[in-house]
Ligand binder design. Structure first.
Ligand code: GDP
Ligand code: MG
Length: 176
């Protein structure tokens, strides 16, 4: 079995409807030599993948919405994650406006950690209903986190997203 420090846990967080479960599904759907299916439940996906020629077990958790805003499940998420993907929809300005508050909460829960956080602007395929443009990257810069735009529907940048999370965790662990 893999070493404990070879297991990276990634939490999908963000408002309802932004595409967290669809993103998780794209990870769960990874096939081929680079991904072995391990134990899955409805809302966690565990895969062994190769990133930068090194194997890692990545567990993606889609459990954020099971907790209410102040609930202990969210605290559990905060304590468990090795990296956090704060997802908003580029077609939903309200979901974007919640990002700073969510990030503050994550950082408050783990005050002595330099948490890997990636700001994910999802639904980039919906060009005509886009409500958030350059502000995504700008906000990420202001908040000192990474930024990527994805389309879970078209699988655009989704593999890059999960690989990026692995790289961010490795960097923090001094193995990057
Ligand atoms: P969650 O509430 O954050 O888990 O969001 P879901 O994954 O359930 O997605 C909400 C809706 O948005 C569903 O109808 C998805 O099919 C749709 N959706 C999710 N990601 C994308 C995307 O990248 N592009 C488009 N066009 N639709 C998406
Ligand atoms: Mg969901």
């Amino acid at each position: 079995p893999p070493q404990k420090d070879g297991v990276f846990k990634v939490m999908l967080v963000g408002e309802s409807g932004v595409g967290k479960s669809t993103l998780a599904g794209t990870f769960g759907g990874l096939q081929g030599e680079s991904a072995h299916e391990l134990e899955d439940t409805e809302d966690t996906y565990e895969r062994r993948i190769v990133v930068d020629k090194e194997e890692v077990t990545l567990v993606v958790y889609d459990i954020w919405e099971q907790g209410d805003a102040g609930g202990c499940l969210r605290d559990h998420c905060l304590q468990t994650g090795d990296a956090f993907l704060i997802v908003f929809s580029v077609t939903d300005r309200r979901s974007f406006s919640k990002v700073p508050e969510t990030l503050l909460r994550l950082r408050a829960g783990r005050p002595h950690h330099d948490l890997p956080v990636i700001l994910v602007g999802n639904k980039s395929d919906l060009a005509r209903s886009r409500e958030v443009t350059l502000e995504g990257r700008h906000l990420a810069g202001t908040l000192s986190c990474k930024h990527i735009e994805t389309s879970a529907a078209l699988h655009h940048n989704t593999q890059e997203l999960f690989e990026g999370a692995v790289r961010q965790i490795r960097l923090r662990r001094g193995r990057g």
